[in-house]
Design a protein around this ligand. Structure first.
Ligand code: NOJ
Length: 743
């Protein structure tokens, strides 16, 4: 029951499911049908009648914001024994990067550039969540994010549609397994459809204006990949997309998602979003909101009770045809049938303890954290450190914070069980003296609701006097050490929902402490814990070794120690551009070539008050070894539109230790229907090589990679053109060849 099934085939056929759904549908009253479209929030902050009451009346088909196996079973019992329809409930929660064994945050997982690791991580998350009694997770978050100010950048795979699509598919496979209802798996939810990552100014929830071209070429591909991977559900985004809220957006939900992509699952709104159609100035009132959302293709109302209050009336007076309601109900019943809920609605209450105790879960979390870390700088090969170091000082309030280690989204009953950086370092060097000084605390200037809900809660701000003595204590402690490890960055509540920032600088007095510590003249290593790119300009020039550890999860402290002391070799690469300033956002590598290319001296400065070039480019990351790429070749110098070529390159480990390289293929189309980006990722592979070892890597380039949505043509095109190709270790790759595409 609890073992993941990656290979099996579903025990039902589509025809069986359909027949069962039709039979069930016939037994349901109008109110019971409406109930299936209602998702009730079981948290105290949700207004209105309590879940037990609503479920007993048949007024809910699913429950969220509950994380308690006994309570799941109790509510399920009400649904299947006492409600009029006896239809079991679906239990849903945000299981984003782990349930009890927490993996690196999604942005970090994407930095592994390793779909197998990502699939494995979400498979562990699924097993644990399923054992707890959950059926459905509100993940993966597939919003492309090119603005590092946007707090939710931490929840996605970064700025690139190609990488994003690969990560999306891996996550869906990890959560769902080989089929919907596979043992030990949960239903995934591709969210937030669509465009949420492009909110004006990076401000959370603000409106989004994206052309069809941008949507189809950049923002849709991860969602499309999720549909192709069989994702069971979608979630609509909160914000207005081109002045139409995503939750009431028929073009998104019906024309594109169902019509073009053939999605057959159901769409849930984001929390309270159906009701918010009124707040957003779109719907006249709640009844109008219910009508417009369901008509647009929004099946399940998350927590706003707008459907519960109004759908029955809207059907009875003929405003919405019954068939529209029936179609929505069918999609939900089909998921419940596929999950086997009618056969086994309950969860064994002893299972969770057994599943979360599995040592392989922790081992996978440690390995995933190692693989997601990105070495940003390593002057004079300061890293890896020697295990014979005798006296180390660790500085930074994040260094011993379980919440910062596990990262964003740990709400609703989560128990932090993380190994902090300090604990990991002490475990690695049990005989060394490892002093710790937190230094001044860091806080958000304006707290959010999530801060109080998150594990750890909101903090009372430190007084300036206490901060000053913490600062002095950190310097005094540093003075006694042979080497200092600074753990700086952002708290978990500084990225995520309602956590956008205007600045990308290290918050609080962290940089001041860093400068003072570096001035001591001792070796300093900087470990970053954060959920977004940070503009660490000073550190990038003055701190010899910098490791981007993100929010690394339960095993984070061990994984960082493994990397710092050479038991693991970093091989992650940035899935996002690191800008030099928050005001440079949005900044991303796949920009169009302009009339004045950036090398041109005369018109070069995009700003006259500082270069907008990245601090660290997309795809960037160092290793403890070095690699050479040679023999770049294309299978044919010329192909016809519609045909494919293969691109090959030899990769050699030219250093002294084994290591991983992520080989990346970028293209640029020189001319065609539209202007195209100066570079676009179209292939990548992470490989491990022993010292001296050479391996060929090859990529296919065909219509899928070379085609695009053209604004000029108003359709998908592939042009007869010349394509520049670069292969390398980041988005600045210089090894070049070309491919001519003929009509
Ligand atoms: C709001 C968030 O935007 C969404 O990502 C999440 O899944 C829901 N709340 C449910 O918690």
């Amino acid at each position: 029951m609890d073992n993941p099934d990656t290979t099996g085939t579903a025990p039902w056929s589509d025809a069986d499911v359909q027949a069962r759904v039709e039979a069930l549908l016939k037994t349901l009253s109008l109110a019971e049908k409406v109930g299936q479209l209602v998702q009730i929030g079981a948290a105290d902050f949700v207004p209105g009648p309590k879940p037990d009451v609503v479920i007993r009346q048949g007024g809910a088909g699913s429950v969220l914001w509950l994380n308690d196996t006994k309570r799941f079973n109790a509510l399920q019992k009400i649904a299947v024994e006492e409600s009029p329809s006896k239809i079991p409930l679906l239990f849903a929660l945000d299981v984003i990067h782990g349930y009890r064994t927490i993996f690196p945050v999604p942005l970090a997982l994407a930095a592994s550039w390793d779909p197998a690791t990502i699939e494995g991580a979400q498979s562990v998350a699924a097993q644990e969540a399923r054992a707890a009694g959950l059926h459905w997770t509100f993940a993966p978050m597939l919003d492309i994010a090119r603005d590092a100010r946007w707090g939710r950048i931490v929840e996605g795979a970064g700025e690139d549609p190609y990488l994003g699509a690969a990560v999306a598919a891996a996550q869906v496979r990890g959560f769902q397994g080989a089929y919907l209802g596979a043992p030990g798996r949960v239903v995934a939810c591709a969210k937030h459809f669509a465009g949420y990552g492009a909110s004006d100014g990076g401000r959370d929830y603000d409106p989004v204006y994206l052309s069809e071209n941008q949507l189809r070429n950049v923002y849709f591909p991860p969602f499309r990949a999720a549909v192709d991977a069989g994702v069971g559900t979608f979630m609509s985004a909160y914000m207005d997309l081109n002045d139409v809220p995503a939750t009431g957006n028929r073009w998104l939900l019906r024309d594109v998602l169902r019509g073009e992509w053939g999605f057959g699952g159901f769409v849930v709104s984001d929390a309270f979003a159906v009701g918010n159609l009124v707040t957003q100035g779109f719907a006249r009132d709640a009844r109008d909101a219910a009508q417009r959302a369901l008509s647009a293709g929004l099946d399940v109302d998350m927590a706003s009770s707008t459907y519960l209050d109004h759908l029955t009336g809207l059907i009875e007076d003929g405003t919405i045809p019954l068939e529209v309601l029936d179609d929505a109900v069918r999609t939900i019943l089909a998921v419940k049938v596929r999950l086997g809920l009618f056969e086994q609605p309950y969860t064994d209450e002893g299972l969770l303890a057994e599943v979360i105790a599995r040592p392989e879960h922790r081992a996978e979390a440690r390995r995933a954290a190692q693989r997601s870390m990105v070495l940003l700088r390593n002057e004079g090969q300061l890293l890896p450190l020697s295990k014979s170091l005798k006296h180390i000082t660790v500085i930074g309030s994040l260094a011993n914070s379980k919440e910062a280690t596990e990262g964003s989204w740990m709400v609703f009953g989560h128990v932090p069980a993380a190994v902090t950086m300090l604990e990991g370092l002490r475990a690695k060097l049990p005989d060394a003296t490892i002093d710790y000084a937190p230094g001044p605390e860091i806080n958000r200037d304006i707290p959010s609701w999530f801060e109080s809900a998150m594990a750890g809660g909101s903090r009372a701000p430190q007084s300036p006097e206490d901060a000053e003595s913490a600062y002095q204590a950190a310097l005094a402690t540093a003075q006694r050490a042979d080497l200092i490890i600074m753990v700086l960055g952002e708290h978990a509540n500084m990225s995520g929902e309602a956590a956008s920032r205007a600045s990308l600088d290290l918050p609080g007095r962290q940089e001041e402490v860093l400068k003072a510590v570096v001035a001591l003249g001792k070796p300093v290593v900087l470990v970053l814990l954060n959920g977004r790119p940070l503009s660490i300009n000073w550190a990038a020039d003055h701190v010899p070794a910098i490791l981007e550890a993100w929010e690394p999860g339960t095993e984070g402290g061990h994984a960082v120690a493994d990397i710092l002391f050479g038991d693991a070799n970093p091989g992650g690469k940035l899935p996002v551009t690191f800008p030099r300033k928050g005001s440079h956002a949005p900044l991303y590598y796949a920009r169009n070539t302009t009339h004045s290319p950036e090398e041109s001296p005369l018109y070069n400065p995009r700003y006259w008050d500082g270069l907008p070039t990245p601090l660290y480019p997309f795809g960037y990351g160092l290793s403890y070894t070095t690699f050479a790429l040679t023999n770049l070749a294309v299978s044919a110098p010329q192909v016809r539109v519609g045909d494919s070529a293969s691109v090959t390159v030899d990769v050699t480990n030219t250093g002294a230790v084994a290591g991983d390289e992520v080989v990346q293929l970028y293209i640029h189309q020189r001319f065609g229907s539209d202007s195209r980006p100066m570079r676009e990722l179209k292939g990548f592979e992470r490989i491990t090589l022993q010292p001296g070892e050479t391996r060929p890597v090859s990529f296919a380039l065909g219509p899928a990679e070379l085609g695009y949505w053209s604004s000029h043509a108003g359709q998908w095109v592939q042009d007869a053109t010349t394509i520049d190709l670069w292969v390398g270790s980041d988005s600045r790759a210089t090894l070049h060849t070309q491919l001519v595409v003929t009509a």
